[in-house]
Design a protein around this ligand. Structure first.
Ligand code: TRP
Length: 328
C-alpha cells in the first residue's frame, strides 16, 4: 500500500463553487501534484440524508465529475468513484455503528447545525443522524493518510479517528489513523455575509458562472459602512471577506491589495475583483466545454472498478482481524 494516499469527496447535490475550490479542491490539486494517490468519493447515498428525491442525482454525479476534471484533477492520479457502487461501504458502516455510542454520535456540531437548518424538529432520519459513521467507513475503507476537507468536516474526521483507534484496539491494527487537512481558506463566507458560502444559501459563485453572472453577483455582494478597502474582520467583515477572496484568487498578499486600492472606492474594488474571478474561471469553463457525459462515465467506470478492488482487499483484512471468516 502506498503511504501517500488521500481520500476525500463530495455530495452530488449541485455545481461546485469557490467555497469548495478554496476549501478543499485546491488542496486536492496540490496533493495530486505532490505524488499522492487520490481517492475521490462521490457520496450519492449521503445526499439522502436531507432529501429523498433521487431524480437529479445521476446528472449531478456527471456534472461533478466534469467539474473535477475541468479544474485539473487527473484520472491517472485520482480514482473517482460512486459511493453506492461499493457495497463494502455499507458493510463497514454496519460494523462501525457497533463501535460508537449514540451519545458520542449526538455530539457532532456539524450534524446539529444541519438538522437545525432543516427545520424539521426531531423528525430527521436515523441516516441523517448517523451519516458521520458512514463517512468514517468512506474514509477508512481506503486507508488514507490524509483527508483534505473544509472546516465543517473536522468533527467527522475526529469521529473517524476514534473509530479507527477503537477497531484497532479491539481487533488488531488494520486502519491508519488519518489526519485532516484544511485548505488555505477553511471557510469562505458567502457574498451576503453569512458564515458559509453554499448553494442552498444562494450566496455562492459557481465554477460554472458566466462572466456577466459573476459581475452581477459581485456588484450585489454585501459591503460595510464607509468606503475604505481595509482588512479588518471585526469592523469590516464583508470587505475583509472580499479581500480574502481576491487574495485567494490572485495569491497577492492582502496588504498589497490594500495598498493597490487605497483611496479607491468599493465600486472600483469590486469591478477588479469580478474580473479576477472571471479570468480565474475562464480556463476551467473552457476545459469543461470539451468534456462529454461519456468522458465522465468512462472516468467513473474506471474509478469504480479500481475502488472496488481496493474495497474488497481491505474488507478481507477487516473480516480476518475480526475473526468472522468462520470458514463456512
Ligand atoms: N460530507 C462531505 C460533504 O458534505 C462529503 C463526504 C462524504 C466526504 N464522504 C466523505 C468528505 C469522505 C470527505 C471524506 O462535503
Amino acid at each position: 500500500m502506498k503511504s501517500k494516499r488521500i481520500l476525500t469527496g463530495d455530495r452530488p447535490t449541485g455545481p461546485l463553487h469557490l467555497g469548495h475550490y478554496f476549501g478543499t479542491l485546491e488542496n486536492r490539486l496540490r496533493l495530486q501534484d505532490k505524488g499522492y494517490e487520490c481517492f475521490i468519493i462521490i457520496a450519492d447515498y449521503q445526499v439522502l440524508t436531507d432529501r429523498l428525491e433521487t431524480g437529479t442525482i445521476g446528472k449531478n454525479i456527471l456534472e461533478l465529475t466534469k467539474d473535477y476534471l475541468s479544474i485539473g484533477l487527473e484520472p491517472s492520479k485520482c480514482t473517482f468513484f460512486v459511493q453506492s457502487k461499493i457495497p463494502e461501504l455499507a458493510e463497514l458502516t454496519l460494523i462501525f455503528s457497533m463501535l460508537v455510542s449514540v451519545a458520542r454520535v449526538s455530539r457532532n456540531p456539524t450534524v446539529k447545525d444541519e438538522i437545525r437548518s432543516m427545520k424539521i424538529e426531531d423528525t430527521f432520519s436515523l441516516g441523517m443522524f448517523s451519516y458521520p459513521v458512514s463517512q468514517a467507513a468512506d474514509i477508512l475503507l481506503f486507508n488514507p493518510s490524509l483527508v483534505p476537507v473544509g472546516e465543517d468536516q473536522l468533527p467527522h474526521v475526529e469521529l473517524t479517528r476514534e473509530i479507527a483507534r477503537k477497531f484497532n484496539a479491539l481487533y488488531g491494527k488494520v486502519f491508519r489513523i488519518p489526519e485532516p487537512l484544511l485548505g488555505r481558506s477553511p471557510r469562505l463566507k458567502g457574498l451576503d455575509g453569512q458564515e458559509k458560502m453554499s448553494k442552498s444559501r444562494n450566496n455562492a459563485i459557481f465554477l460554472s458562472d458566466k462572466p456577466n453572472i459573476v459581475r452581477a453577483k459581485i456588484l450585489k455582494a454585501k459591503t460595510d459602512m464607509g468606503r475604505e478597502i481595509r482588512y479588518d474582520p471585526i469592523n469590516k467583515p464583508e470587505i475583509s471577506n472580499l479581500l480574502n477572496l481576491f487574495h485567494l484568487l490572485t495569491k497577492k498578499p492582502i496588504d498589497q491589495l490594500e495598498n493597490e486600492y487605497k483611496g479607491k472606492g468599493y465600486e472600483e474594488f469590486k469591478q477588479s475583483l469580478a474580473e479576477a474571478i472571471v479570468s480565474f474561471l475562464h480556463p476551467i469553463q473552457e476545459r469543461k466545454l470539451c468534456l462529454s457525459d461519456d468522458d465522465a462515465i468512462n472516468v467513473l467506470k474506471d474509478g469504480t472498478n479500481k475502488a472496488s478492488k481496493e474495497a474488497a482487499q481491505m474488507m478481507k483484512r477487516v473480516v480476518k482481524a475480526m475473526k468472522t471468516d468462520y470458514g463456512f
